[in-house]
Each structure stands twice: as C-alpha cells, then as structure tokens.
Design a protein around this ligand. Structure first.
Ligand SMILES: O=C(O)c1ccccc1N[C@@H]1O[C@H](COP(=O)(O)O)[C@@H](O)[C@H]1O
Length: 218
C-alpha cells in the first residue's frame, strides 16, 4: 500500500492577497493565527483558498466559545490549540463541537518541547486529539523560529499523527524526508522560516520546499 504523502501546513498567513497566492501551491493546510499578541494575527481569510486546502485556526488559551465562533465565522476545518489548554478543555470543546453539529472539525494540540521530559505531555493527549504538533519551547507561545532537538523523535511512542514544527527552514528538506521515510512524522508546519516579513509568506521558497518534500518517493 502506498504511504500517504507528507502533509504540509503553511501557517501565519496574515494577508488575503498573499493567502490566495500561497493557496495556488495547493498545500494541505493553511494556518491563521487568532492570537492577538502575534505579529501574524489576522481576522481576514481570502475566499480564494481552495477546498482541498484545509483551514486551520491557531488559538492560544482562547475561551471555548470564542473558538466555536471562529470555526463558524471562518468555516475552519481544524482547531490548533497552541497554549496551555488541558484535556478537560479539549473535552469541553469536543462536546460543544458535537452540540453545534461541527464534528467534522479536527483538533490538534501543540506541545512545546525543549527537553525529553516535555514529551511526557504527549501521553495526556495521545489518541484524544486528531494530531499532536511538536513545537520548540521559547519566549512566545509559537512562531519563535527555533528548533527543538529532532533526535528526540527517535524514541517517541505515539499513536496520533505527529506534526513537526518550530524553526523549519528550506535547508531542512533532506532531514524532513528522512523523518517521513522512517515514519517519525505525518506532517510539517512551516512558518517564520518562509517569510519576507511577519505574516507575509515567500511564494518561491515555499514552492521549492513543497517540491522537495512532496516529490520524495517514500
Ligand atoms: O506564528 C505565530 O506568531 C504564532 C503565535 C502563537 C501561536 C502559534 C504561532 N505559530 C505557530 O508556531 C509554530 C512554529 O513557528 P516557527 O516555524 O517557529 O515560526 C507553528 O506551528 C505555527 O503554527
């Protein structure tokens, strides 16, 4: 059976014209930051995002009601929780999604990683959310532009699909292809490493990235 291709999310798309341009690359996921303190914060999403590019809303400790409202307003496909949301919060969100007939909406939980002990949190969310995203721990909740030690993925025990993020750059494609080949990751989330300035993505660099990881036969 052919293995599913690496899933690519481009995050922090702030400007509608730039969003529409990047959408031409038909990436799997487009991410929008709903965290007011971020330089990538936006409340505008282009209507030109094609249906095969799923829309991800990124939230940091927002109220469940606010998340649900944004899901409805922007027709989001995925909720990415990038703060200190716990399992109780996830349960409450799932119940509200169910009550509002939004069960098609997926939930991803981000975990900030610096050392091996940070990975213990994976056990709390594994199989309880639709994917787990590992990001580098830093001064900001996300978008720090730094990597955690990817060797930590070697001995990871996890059932949920795993998304790698944090400081990914164009030079990382070889290592990413190896991680995919070894079934260590399901997807990648690229952000500040592919920008002209915060929130404005570089079409050429992302195109090259997509070509280098999607054309890799695994
Ligand atoms: O990008 C932001 O500004 C941001 C703010 C708050 C939460 C998450 C944010 N972005 C996420 O951060 C990671 C890593 O980004 P980077 O590659 O290190 O710049 C990525 O998953 C974004 O979804």
């Amino acid at each position: 059976m052919e293995k599913e291709a690496l899933q690519i999310k481009v995050c922090g798309l702030k400007y509608p014209k730039n969003q529409a341009l990047i959408a031409k690359l038909e990436v799997d996921y487009a991410g929008f930051i709903f965290y007011k303190k971020s330089a990538r914060y936006t409340l505008r999403i282009s209507e030109k995002i094609p249906p095969n590019t799923k829309k991800v809303g990124v939230f940091v400790n927002s109220s469940v009601n606010d998340v649900i409202q944004k899901v409805k307003d922007f027709n989001l496909d995925v909720i990415q929780l990038h703060g200190k949301e716990n399992l109780l919060y996830v349960r409450e969100l799932q119940l509200k999604l169910y009550a509002k007939e939004l069960t098609h909406v997926k939930i991803w939980k981000a975990i900030a990683v610096k050392t091996a002990s940070d990975l213990e949190l994976i056990q709390t969310f594994d199989t309880k959310v639709d994917a787990i995203l590992l990001d580098a721990k830093g001064p900001l909740p996300g978008g720090n532009g730094t990597k955690f030690d990817w060797d930590l993925l070697d001995n990871l025990e996890i059932e949920s699909p795993l998304i790698l993020s944090g400081g990914i750059k164009i030079d990382d494609t070889e290592q990413i292809n190896k991680l995919r080949e070894n079934n260590k990751i399901w997807g990648v989330d690229i952000n500040s490493g592919f920008e002209i300035n915060p929130g404005l993505k570089d079409f050429g660099r992302i195109k090259r990235f997509v070509e280098e990881v999607k054309n890799e036969v695994v």
